[in-house]
Design a protein around this ligand. Structure first.
Ligand code: SF4
Length: 115
């Protein structure tokens, strides 16, 4: 199977060609080694940083932007979003506060603040 990817590691955005055979990946089009590892990871075990918003219980109508501290496996995104959808926080919240700990090997943290 062949795939065409855009490397997102730096602004150059190299177009990568990935040839996947029996669990191994051959990457071409990368201008540096980081594109090789990005292409392999994207084909074999894609990861994503997830952003979302949670309700602020004591500030009617307010939402707090959050994200996962680290990328998580792409196949867990919808499960994580289901957990995040049910979360509420209480103000005050500061940027970087942990909103949910130990979820898919990382944390959900605040990317905004609410006084
Ligand atoms: S392959 Fe290297 S130079 Fe090209 S976009 Fe990726 S990180 Fe940047």
């Amino acid at each position: 199977m062949n795939r065409t990817l855009t490397c997102i590691i730096c602004p150059r955005g190299c177009t990568l060609q990935a040839e996947i055979n029996d669990g191994s990946v051959c990457i071409t089009g990368n201008a540096c080694p980081r594109g090789q590892s990005y292409g392999e990871s994207e084909c074999l075990h894609p990861m994503r940083t997830v952003t979302a918003a949670v309700r602020v219980a004591n500030r009617h109508g307010r939402a707090l932007s959050v994200k996962t501290r680290d990328p998580i496996p792409k196949e867990h995104i919808f499960d994580l979003m289901e957990v995040v959808r049910r979360l509420t926080v209480k103000a005050p919240v500061a940027i970087g506060d942990v909103i949910c700990d130990n979820i898919y090997g990382t944390q959900v943290i605040a990317t905004g603040s609410v006084e």
